[in-house]
Design a protein around this ligand. Sequence first.
Ligand code: HEC
Length: 482
Amino acid sequence: MTRSKTSSLNRRWATACGAAVCVLVWAMPVSRAQEAGTKAVSLDYEFFKNNVQPIFMAKREGHARCVSCHVEGTPMRLQEMSAGATTWNEEQSRKNFELVRTRVVPGNPGSSRLLVHPLANEGGGDLYHSGGKHWTSKDDPEWQTLAAWVQGRTVTQAAATGGAATAGNVRILQTNSAGDNVHIIDPVSNKVVGVIEGIEVGHGAVGSPDGRWIYVSNEAESTLDFVDVRTLRVMVKVPLSGHPNNIAISRDGRKVYVSVRSAPGGVDVVDTVARTLAKTVRTNHGIHNTYVTPDGRYAVAGSTPVGRINVIDTATDEIAWFLDVDLGIRPMAFDQNPDGSTRYIFAQLSEFNGFMVVDFAARKELRRVAFPEVPAAKQVKVGGNVSHGVAVTPDSKTLIVNSRLNNKVYKYSLPDFKMLGEVEMTGGIDPNWVTLTPDGRTAYVAMSGSNWTSAIDIASMKETARIPVGHVPKRNSTARLQ
Ligand code: HEC
């Protein structure tokens, strides 16, 4: 069969009339996929719902959004959202999926109407789209996302590759506790490469394993905000059960655990696929920080009003065990046994200038390590929690831990707790939080009193950069973004 014959046989023109426009529609022949020599691929619904639909809602500078036109009048007519909703529900999403799939050729993005119609002609798109050209080239991340869907990518694959060393760019997410924005730092250039605006009193921020989303707990509105990495806009707000604090994400990216600080306290489990609050794990005390252990098996939540470490089994989202401590639980970090299971919890405690070590398997406190005392004249009395911010290198050999009171960042060896070095944060005030790069070489320390984030080279324990951020920076985390 020759190419021209196939084309003439399979191209069909039809007239479609919407409420506002009557246009000629080119029905994409399915056999074009075979013509292009691609093997059959199936389109993934979850990937469509998670990654493709947000593109229809995204606002691009100077452009009308796809949804603004495509819920009426156009031949490819998307479902209307329910009143007050910020996205489509399950049933509407399914209908959208069934519709939009007819505008693509599985396995062949370059022949898919969905991809070539809003793409600039010079960039490989077709001649004209009444809705305008939204992407200048196929390199556009949105175009790439659509292409990945058309090529049969699934959410699980996206999550799996999100964890691989090659996927995405490493970024440091820096929230600003007295600001209305979140800064995104490139740890290679040590420059701010993006700012998420419009989240007042953002508490915690984490990236999704597929690198497409940043989740931020919003203290001003008591919501978990879903930020699209491509546009840095808030696309979804999930109302929480109470006032949130810090957050953590499950390994597969399907659940975000949100600390609920207000009484009666608990951990909200947000389903990132359904975009709803799936469950609240009651803890009976306000929760300040929640973490997911490196093996993904537990969510560990610290209550501050009374000292309790709550360990939640992530398979059931029920409390597996807890440990009562005489002081409030502040930030925590975890190291691993050779089999990946959790060895120790390192917990900072209200008013203790050091940290506590908990043996995870034995479920009991092993010891407390106090920082060296510094002369009163050199102390920085910023109040309350004197030791705040702790992290473990991925090889489980080194602990990095802040002392606000001493205005220092310390390095300890694991598992023997020998102090290996320190950096005095001269010129700045209040090392309040810390996150590490995935290679374990650089620590990013939020300097709350100085509105910058310091980069510290862990081998030499030298400050190598100061990156100006927003007002009173606190929590930070490391993400890989697409
Ligand atoms: C200003 C209104 C408007 C906007 C914004 C808009 N479109 Fe369109 N779109 C139309 C109209 C009208 C048509 C039908 C006429 C045409 O094909 O040019 C259309 C046609 C299409 C078609 C072909 C439909 C079919 O039945 O084959 C696709 C695919 C499409 N648009 C995708 C998009 C995407 C994706 C976006 C956002 C990136 C978008 N459009 C934004 C108005 C719009």
